[in-house]
Design a protein around this ligand. Structure first.
Ligand code: 5GP
Ligand code: ZN
Length: 124
């Protein structure tokens, strides 16, 4: 696969990560940026994104494995920090068929009572 651009000036998440647009930051290091979703679907809903502009999981290959591992490996710690001691859901929407709205890779971390809000029907 081709190397993605480090930053896409037209990408809203790149702009958030660079501080050009405001966000409620949860965490930041050299590779990752985590911030609360502007339209939360549950009491706790934030996203973990790479600082590098990667469009989606469909664009990932072996070269992205360390970055993907880093994103997932950070989820538990950040979820605990947001009070999700009881557990949480991780969601990655990929491409048009996967309902992806923002084409900068991100993992949704969703938790709290009824963690998917109205997205899923209640079980009978
Ligand atoms: P996707 O469907 O691509 O997985 O999810 C994109 C998410 O980004 C949506 O849940 C949406 O609410 C969130 N979002 C879109 N624009 C902004 C923004 O400007 N700031 C923040 N914090 N979240 C955003
Ligand atoms: Zn981007």
């Amino acid at each position: 696969m081709t190397t993605p651009p480090a930053h896409d000036p037209a990408c809203i998440f790149c702009r958030i990560i660079r501080g050009e647009l405001p966000s409620r930051r949860v965490y930041e290091d050299d590779d990752l940026f985590a911030f609360h979703d502007i339209h939360p679907i549950a009491p706790v809903h934030f996203m973990i994104a790479p600082k590098l502009h990667v469009e989606s999981l469909a664009q990932c290959g072996p070269a992205q494995a360390p970055l993907l591992g880093k994103m997932l490996a950070k989820a538990g710690e950040l979820a605990s920090g947001q009070g999700l001691a009881d557990g949480f859901r991780t969601i990655i929407n990929t491409g048009r068929g996967g309902g992806q709205e923002v084409y900068h890779l991100h993992i949704h971390i969703v938790g709290g009572p009824r963690p998917l809000g109205a997205m899923l029907p209640r079980q009978a």
